[in-house]
Design a protein around this ligand. Structure first.
Ligand code: ZN
Length: 50
């Protein structure tokens, strides 16, 4: 899915089932934190792909 960083507005594509912590490529804010097999999305979801 495509999500937007709430801090800097950077858009980034991540997997909804990410097993690793995903940080914004620009400012380093947490975008997704793994929780029980499904990622806890911290940013704003722009678009769900696939
Ligand atoms: Zn950011």
């Amino acid at each position: 899915m495509r999500i937007k960083c709430l801090k800097c507005g950077n858009e980034q594509i991540i997997f909804s089932h990410a097993t690793n912590m995903v940080n914004c490529n620009v400012c380093g804010a947490e975008l997704a934190v793994p929780s029980g097999g499904k990622a806890d999305i911290k940013g704003e979801v722009i678009e769900v792909l696939g």
